[in-house]
Design a protein around this ligand. Sequence first.
Ligand code: AMP
Ligand code: ZN
Length: 195
Amino acid sequence: MKTKSNISVSEPPSKKQRRNWNEGLLEAFENPDLKVFEDNEVVAIKDMYPKAMFHYLICSKENIPSVKFIKVEHLSLLKHMHEVAESIGKKYEGVEFITGYHSVPSMVRLHLHVISTDFDSPHLKTKKHWNSFNTDFFISDSELIKELEENENLSLKSESEFVSLLKKDLKCHKCEYNPKHMPDLKYHLKTHVKN
Ligand code: AMP
Ligand code: ZN
């Protein structure tokens, strides 16, 4: 018997196999192991490679590729995505979450990260991973909503400016400590865990 992962070279690729790697979130929409919520506007999934103890993605059903394509007419969708994120976060009493978008995402389809601030995960491996959540590369969705409400458009930095933030020296998000490297950061993060 053939399993799903048993890809035969003699068969034409299925719709799933034809999808590009950066469309993986669209596949996750159909995966009951990852999907935690769905309504007319969004699908909420577990991040397949969580960078903290709790990490979800609230994805828009409307085909908006990324934050760069957000317009004032998306304001109610963004607010709805925020509400869904909050409702997921509330399930974990006492756990602190941040919510926001990667300014230059790797995966298509607008997705709001909902991530706990422990950053305790074996998938958090690189400086790029850390800086993508702990510098201005990570755009707070509340601030985005506020800016759209006030100015009716977004003034984002250039893509190269955002990407350069990923190279910043490591800095702890809870104190002034500057870790020398990722193992140092990961060891240091344990000091902020409440017992
Ligand atoms: P980004 O595009 O940088 O905002 O982040 C994309 C997120 O999607 C990352 O946190 C990945 O761990 C996650 N991811 C990548 N592939 C999948 C997948 N197939 N299903 C669910 N999450 C994924
Ligand atoms: Zn610290």
